[in-house]
Design a protein around this ligand. Structure first.
Ligand SMILES: C[S@@+](CC[C@H](N)C(=O)[O-])C[C@H]1O[C@@H](n2cnc3c(N)ncnc32)[C@H](O)[C@@H]1O
Length: 333
């Protein structure tokens, strides 16, 4: 009778997978390209001028090493960088590898093809809205609805490992679709919206779902006083504020020392129709600009996730932390 060798999980397998994934110039460049964007397989095949089967092989090696994660949007799979889980085998090596990768300059032809992919996305966005403009029901959902970024936002939120006693404050919850997720994770949740109509929709959702730990308040997050919370969440709201840099400083004051601001926003775009159609004051934000405003508000940048949408828009999900010892914030105009 033949005996099968017993399966043995060895942490050195994970290290070996990480070293293998990092031991190839093309895979390092893929990681570099994913530093502030997410791409579909076909987009990556175009960017690295190779067949889909070839790039898929490299993505599989990166995924097996835990260096990239996937997100499905319709039939397409988008790749982004995975978050390192601190304390796990290989996490220090992963962080060091990504730091070195970020210092790499992508070859010029790769940079040009990334710009090409971004131009194609912008064209896809124009086509998309040209075809569906009349059918507009909820403008926000057509640009970037919660289903498109919920998982990424929850990945960042859950990575904070906040204690069960923590409190959350959602600014501009709209119809309250994210409140059930917050209610599950926090002892107390406050949701502030300046629109009575929106707040009524949120109230109906809270009542339908029996969310007993959520308090809804009709208030202006920038002008009315609020008790600070351990986590402040702001999804697709900042682009409605006239002075976003100043708003960031005001939001920082709503955080307890050591607290976290989770911000979901559009990246800069050129779809100026969004101003009239959706009331957007800003056409998204540049990633570095957001980080600078956060820094001016006394916050430090944490992990970020970037999601390319099939309609051509790009979403950024950002984490900014308030230091334990509160620092002085400056209000800049
Ligand atoms: C684009 S909607 C986003 C809704 C929801 N977060 C989402 O992602 O679907 C913006 C929301 O922010 C609210 N809002 C805008 N300015 C506000 C302010 N200064 N204070 C509180 N809520 C505000 C609006 O009433 C609206 O519900």
């Amino acid at each position: 009778m033949s005996t099968q060798p017993a399966f043995r999980h060895d942490p050195s397998d994970e290290l070996a997978a990480l070293c293998k994934a990092g031991g190839d110039p093309l895979r390092l460049n893929v990681l570099r390209a994913l530093a502030s964007d997410s791409f579909g397989v076909l987009e990556l095949a175009q960017i690295f001028a190779m067949r889909q089967s070839g790039i898929s092989h490299h993505l599989k090696v990166l995924a097996q090493a835990g260096l990239v994660a996937t997100r499905r949007e319709g039939n397409a799979i988008f790749y982004r960088r995975a978050l390192a889980s601190s304390g796990q085998t290989g996490s220090a090596l992963q962080a060091a590898l990504l730091e070195e990768v970020d210092a790499l300059q992508l070859p010029t032809e790769v940079q040009l093809r990334i710009a090409e992919v971004q131009a194609q996305r912008a064209a896809a966005a124009r086509d998309f809205f040209a075809r569906t403009l009349e059918k507009f029901r909820a403008q926000q959902d057509l640009i970037a609805g919660l289903p498109q970024y919920r998982d990424s936002l929850l990945t960042l939120l859950d990575a904070l490992h906040l204690p069960a006693s923590a409190s959350a404050l959602e600014v501009g919850p709209g119809d309250g679709a994210f409140l059930p997720e917050l209610a599950k994770r926090f002892a107390r949740v406050t949701a502030l919206d300046s629109s009575p109509a929106m707040l009524e929709l949120a109230r109906q959702r809270c009542s339908a779902e029996g969310l007993a730990n959520v308090e809804l308040k009709l208030a202006d997050a920038l002008n009315d006083d609020q008790a600070p919370a351990d986590c402040v969440v702001l999804n697709m709201v900042l682009h409605h504020f006239a002075e976003p840099a100043r708003a960031m400083a005001q939001l920082a004051r709503l955080l307890t020392p050591g607290g976290s601001l989770l911000l979901t926003e559009l990246c800069s775009h050129h779809q100026s129709w969004a101003r009239d159609a959706c009331g957007d004051l800003w056409l998204g934000f540049d990633q570095d600009e957001l980080a600078r405003w956060a820094e001016d508000a006394g916050l430090t940048a944490g992990e970020s996730l970037y999601l390319g949408l099939r309609n051509g828009f790009q979403i950024q999900v950002r984490h900014f932390a308030k230091p334990e010892a509160a620092t002085r914030t400056t209000l800049k105009h």
